[in-house]
Ligand binder design. Sequence first.
Ligand code: PPE
Length: 306
Amino acid sequence: MPIVKAKKIWMDGSLVDWDDAKVHVLTHSLHYGLGVFEGIRAYETENGPAIFRLSDHIKRLFVSAHMLMIKIPYSIDELVEATKQALRVNELKSCYIRPLVYLGYGEMGLNPIPCKVNVSIAMWPWGTYLGEDGLNNGIRVKISSWKRHDPNAIPPAAKSTGMYINSALAKMEALNAGYDEAILLSPQGTVSEGTGENIFVVKKGKLITPPVSAGALEGITQESIIKIANDLGYEVKVDNLLRSDLYVADEVFFTGTAAEVVPISSIDDRQIGDGKPGLVTKKIQESFFSAVKGKAPQYKDWLDYV
Ligand code: PPE
């Protein structure tokens, strides 16, 4: 999706003009893919922009960095504040926020240990990730021929830049075959997740979503949806799913910061339910959007107003 420019990008403590937020071609992470990032959304509310679960995202950034032995030269609080400050300066009503931790310029060769660690926080207006039509009517999905990483090759539990080669391969395969999105299976063959989304199945009024051990990222939207579903009276299990469980589910949907809550209308050309967004999906979607837009008092702790 083409980027809509904002004013400033936070880079290592300074707010830099959008067009000047540049790195050297010998930036270590550009070559070897060792970096971690986050995706966060700020929504327009009656009280100005509110960032959804900001500190949880920044905490996950630190968890990802810890797994990959990257030492972030800031505290969680400093990056939370930096994000809010950048949003104020950019004066955006709603946006997508992309904190990135990368190994910078100054060392080459595979050894990452001596590298300088840089941090940037960019933000820009970003509309519906899988299309407005997809959000309302559901998307067509294909199981990828690409598997999620073996956790002993690259841990999918860390939101690392290099890991997304795997997602990009699956995404291109799905798009070239005429589908909207892909689902990846784990090396063991159980359902893992989408290229940038967690997945939920609804069967007989109960929800199931795959665990981290199936190669899924511990999604912050996923966790929020579990809470919302429980509050709506639905039982949710974090458990393994087979590909065939997807085909015979009553409803299937994706969750993610960028994707939000997206119904899936077919998988590998098998219609899911009646091919339209199901009742449970719609109720959850509605509750999610009222939470992020500050219209659900019971979820007010998820919002950070700037
Ligand atoms: N799995 C993966 C692999 C993933 O990348 C994401 C987020 C999720 C699950 C959902 O996690 P959460 O956002 O905490 O609910 N993907 C981010 C990147 C998307 C992109 O195209 O870039 C996102 O949604 O921000």
